[in-house]
Design a binder for this molecule. Structure first.
Ligand SMILES: [Zn+2]
Length: 942
């Protein structure tokens, strides 16, 4: 899965949501019970078999008794019942968006003395009145003693002591028959609206079940290691124009009733053995665009009819990525087809359901007229990510959620393999430093960071693990493992692991023992355990001495807490004569060498930061300002810049502004993407923290100074010689120039916006990657007419990536009326949660004024936001980023007090993180701002 932590700007139409009431249609329950009893009587009469029947008239049975009930519940399911196969039929009423799920679960009962069967069912969405257990020799046992537990979202089907008698004999395999009414609501099965051709609003329903959503859609044994096969079928009234797709190809489409062809049953082929969270179906009126891979896998991108052309890029990327992974893993794509479905107002960015991957619209649909190269690259990454999961996650699945990094860290690394194979000219691995390593370190650099393999407490605890630490730190560790083993051995070990655990599950020790079979690397296990079981990351201090380089390690921390943690660090040293490699297991080591040290951590491959002594720092500065500066690769320069600028935020190593700025001042001559990518984001952050101060104004002047010639070189129009990196760099540099208040860029951007406004589209003489800059330039002009033109276009645009750019620009308007209008839209129940949160987040990022306005509004309307998003961990964590750029004591106390009074149970980690970040910001301003101001003054006066 790609959750929203990886998408800073997901958004879809303000129109694309139907408010859905969260109630269970209990009227169906009686009917359902009647059907089961009728079936039971008929069957009993026909075969005359031995029947045990417990129609316990227990009025308390359906209560959530939690601690006082006689059934003991726990977070994990009992191990005495194992599911083997599900026949699961969803009978939909499209008009009311309700359904009845009818299930036959084939189970193996390991313990014949049990009195109840416990499985998962979220009683907020599903109801259950009774259940039937059928033996292979057609005996039946029935109960209506059903006990729910809301804490663990489980249900005990209590048969009582007679179950022991029923279970005696040679059989261990039984059929559990259940029938539940359910509703398409805000659980694992949701629906959302979208604008289609002719301004018609249509609806799509979709499941999204990782990690614990399955239990809200169908009763099941909802733990990843309880894999089973599934026969899924879906009945819908097809005269409505709706059709269904699911994990497997359609086996048949037949009327439920031969005399009435209105309702058709879509029966899908039997799945491979898989985890419950991977079941998926969509019900929509979509169109599809299709292609076939060289190994005959059918790929279809499904999207609204009006946007189907926008699916072609994702479709072609999917074909290339599948072919690349088949070769890389040495294992065929496990299924005959793959559907990729675009979903409006989707709770995830992408989800790897086996054979039917689902995506937020803006990460699947792309239009070359208005979509930037940045969004194209992001689409390629997310599509590759979800396809890669078909091996890493779907074929071999984590045993339990504490090992989420096995799914997500490995996939996050390997999405680069897919993109690199599909678009080698993009050199996507070069961007790893910025997109993964740096993103991980920003989350991992706070005291409250969690370790990679971390215990999971309760269903809500696991949601908090879908964060940059699990994904990007996980990917960074995978990259270090790959570097340690070498590409060939690493790939062989991975293939061995995937083959060994196919259609099964694994934890970290399974992976390590499997890797050992291939690598015989005695130290690998200890290395991986060292990195995966402690939070944070190291920073290395480097001192060059005669005949040696001294290295000492400590935990990098933006809040200055010292620890005695030690890492096994694969250190690489670039000298003037070559590369030295050494494994650093102690707090301090000396590397003997008479060569001149150039820099440490070659190409930024290791997950650590580096601080140099004055001698080496001077060497670096000298090289960067010399005629030979490009002898350092762009990755090397990117890594050096990234460390130098990030260390400004590290409280334990306490570098001063002179250290950082003397290195990064060379950027005025830099034309490569990676160093600018790392610098731009850090400078934007410093601009945010210093707003209103002299430092802010001086930094803007410095940034204008170093960006102007890059802006002039790249220009507003695409040049014939532009590479992928140039196209990306143009967007980065112009954006930084706007933040630096480059009035020429803002004026020209505004002129181009006015042209676009009269043309109806951005002028084709300018680079499409600068459309967001034109929009932002208009935002800075703060004209109410432009605001409403943009808002209208936002509401009507059929291109999801453009909607994101429009939303970002709308949040740069700082007129009181415009900010209030946006916040009112954010709170409107008809606004999608993605839009609602997108407005808050972007206003939080834009400026002090908009941040303060958004935070005050959020405080006043906290319960409404919490209620609207059902306390979703992902969404609440996103909302909690709004105050994260505050940097005064007053704001710190305000946020801390507020969050203490309004405990966010589902996003406790994010809650602690935001308070810690603000504390770090304050410390940064107190400790670093003056020195930076002094340096900038001196530099600008030269
Ligand atoms: Zn994923």
């Amino acid at each position: 899965m790609q959750d929203n932590t990886h998408n800073s700007d997901a958004s879809t139409s303000l129109l694309e949501k139907v408010p859905v009431e969260k109630t269970i249609c209990l009227g169906l329950t009686k009917k359902a019970l009647g059907i089961v009893i009728a079936a039971f009587i008929v069957l009993a009469g026909l075969v005359g078999i031995v029947v045990a029947f417990w129609a316990i008239n227990n009025t308390n049975a359906k209560k959530d008794l939690n601690s006082q009930n006689p059934v003991s519940f726990s977070f994990r399911l009992p191990t005495d019942v194992i599911p083997v196969h599900y026949d699961v039929h969803f009978d939909f009423d499209i008009h009311g968006w309700t359904y009845i799920v009818r299930e036959n679960i084939v189970i193996d009962i390991k313990n014949k003395s049990i009195e109840q069967i416990v499985l998962h069912l979220d009683n907020n969405y599903l109801d259950l009145d009774n259940a039937t257990l059928i033996s292979p020799d057609d005996r039946i046992i029935f109960t209506n003693n059903i006990v729910f537990n809301s804490t663990y979202q489980t249900v005990a089907i209590v048969f009582g002591a007679e179950l022991k008698t029923f279970l005696q004999g040679n059989y261990s395999r039984f059929n559990l028959s259940l029938e539940c009414p359910g509703i398409v609501s805000d659980g694992g099965l949701t629906r959302s609206n979208y604008l289609d051709e002719g301004g018609v609003i249509k609806t799509v329903a979709v499941t999204d079940l990782e990690p614990t959503g399955a239990r809200s859609v169908y009763p099941c044994f909802d733990e990843p290691s309880l894999k089973a096969t599934f026969n899924t079928s879906i009945s819908i009234d097809t005269t409505t124009g709706f059709t269904a797709i699911s994990n497997m190809p359609i086996l048949s489409t037949l009327p439920d009733d031969p005399d009435d062809t209105t309702v058709q049953r879509f029966q899908f082929e039997t799945t491979k053995k898989m985890s419950t969270y991977l079941l998926c179906f969509t019900i929509s009126q979509y169109a599809a665009t299709e292609a076939v891979t060289s190994s005959n896998v059918t790929i279809r991108v499904h999207a609204p009819v009006s946007r189907i052309q926008q699916g072609i890029f994702a479709r072609d990327t999917a074909v290339k990525a599948i072919e690349a992974y088949v070769q890389y893993f040495g294992i065929d794509f496990p299924l005959p087809k793959l559907d990729l479905v675009a979903i409006p107002d989707f709770s995830s960015i992408g989800m790897e359901n086996w054979g039917i991957a689902t995506f937020s619209m803006e990460v699947l649909l792309w239009d070359d007229q208005v979509s930037s190269i940045k969004s194209q690259q992001y689409i390629a990454k997310v599509v590759s990510h979800e396809i890669c999961h078909h091996w890493l996650g779907d074929l071999v699945t984590l045993s339990w959620w504490d090992n989420l990094w096995l799914n997500e860290g490995f996939t996050q690394y390997h999405e680069y393999v897919g993109v690199d194979s599909a678009y080698p000219e993009w050199k996507i691995f070069d961007q790893f430093i910025k997109i993964e390593r740096d993103a991980a370190m920003r989350s991992d650099g706070v005291e409250s960071a969690h370790q990679l393999v971390t215990p999971v407490e309760g269903p809500k605890g696991m949601l908090q693990l879908f964060d940059p630490i699990t994904y990007s730190k996980g990917a960074s560790l995978v990259r270090m493992i790959k570097n340690r083993l070498g590409q060939e051995t690493f790939q062989k070990a991975l293939t061995n692991y995937l083959k060994k655990f196919s259609y099964s599950n694994a934890n970290t020790s399974d992976l390590l023992s499997s890797f050992y079979e291939t690598t015989h690397d005695e130290g690998l296990s200890q290395f991986v355990i060292n990195w995966s079981t402690q939070p944070g990351f190291p920073a290395i201090s480097v001192v060059s001495k005669p005949g040696a380089v001294s290295l000492s390690q400590g935990r990098s921390d933006m809040n200055g807490q010292s620890t005695s943690q030690l890492w096994s660090i694969p250190v690489t040293l670039q000298t003037d004569k070559g590369i030295l490699s050494v494994m650093m297991d102690n707090a301090t080591i000396e590397v003997p060498t008479n060569d001149t040290l150039v820099y440490v951590n070659v190409d930024g491959d290791g997950y650590y930061r580096v601080k140099y002594d004055a001698t080496t720092r001077d060497t670096i500065v000298r090289i960067l300002s010399s005629g030979n500066w490009t002898l350092l690769s762009s990755k090397a320069r990117g890594s050096i810049v990234d460390d130098a600028i990030s260390l400004l935020f590290d409280q334990t190593l306490a570098v001063d502004a002179n250290y950082t700025m003397s290195i990064v001042k060379y950027l005025g001559r830099e034309r490569a993407l990676v160093p600018w990518q790392t610098a731009a984001e850090a400078f934007e952050r410093i601009l945010d923290l210093t707003e209103g101060s002299e430092c802010h104004v001086l930094l803007q002047a410095f940034l204008r100074n170093i960006t102007t010639s890059v802006v002039e070189t790249l220009g507003w129009s695409v040049r014939p010689e532009d590479t992928h990196d140039d196209l990306l760099l143009r967007g980065e540099i112009f954006s930084l120039a706007v933040s630096a208040n480059n009035t020429d860029v803002i004026r020209q951007g505004y002129q181009l916006f006015l042209q676009a406004k009269s043309l109806g589209n951005p002028p084709n003489t300018s680079a499409v990657d600068l459309w967001p800059i034109m929009l932002e330039s208009a935002g800075r002009n703060n004209n109410g007419t432009n605001f409403h033109w943009m808002l209208k276009r936002y509401q009507e645009s059929l291109v999801p990536t453009e909607k994101e750019d429009l939303l970002a620009a709308l949040c740069t308007f700082e007129g009181e009326a415009q900010m209030n209008e946006l916040l009112a839209i954010s709170l409107n129940p008809n606004t999608t949660s993605v839009d609602s949160v997108g407005i808050l987040k972007r206003m939080g990022m834009n400026s002090q004024l908009s941040r303060k306005t958004a935070w005050n509004f959020l405080k006043q309307n906290w319960s409404a936001y919490e209620q609207a998003n059902s306390g979703s961990a992902f969404i609440m964590a996103d909302i909690l980023t709004v105050p994260s750029l505050f940097s005064t004591k007053e704001d710190y106390n305000d946020v801390k007090d507020f969050l203490e009074k309004h405990q966010v149970v589902s996003a406790q980690v994010a809650s602690e993180e935001v308070v810690e970040k603000i504390d770090g910001n304050i410390k940064w301003r107190e400790g670093r701002q003056q020195a930076l101001t002094d340096w900038l003054k001196e530099y600008l006066n030269q």
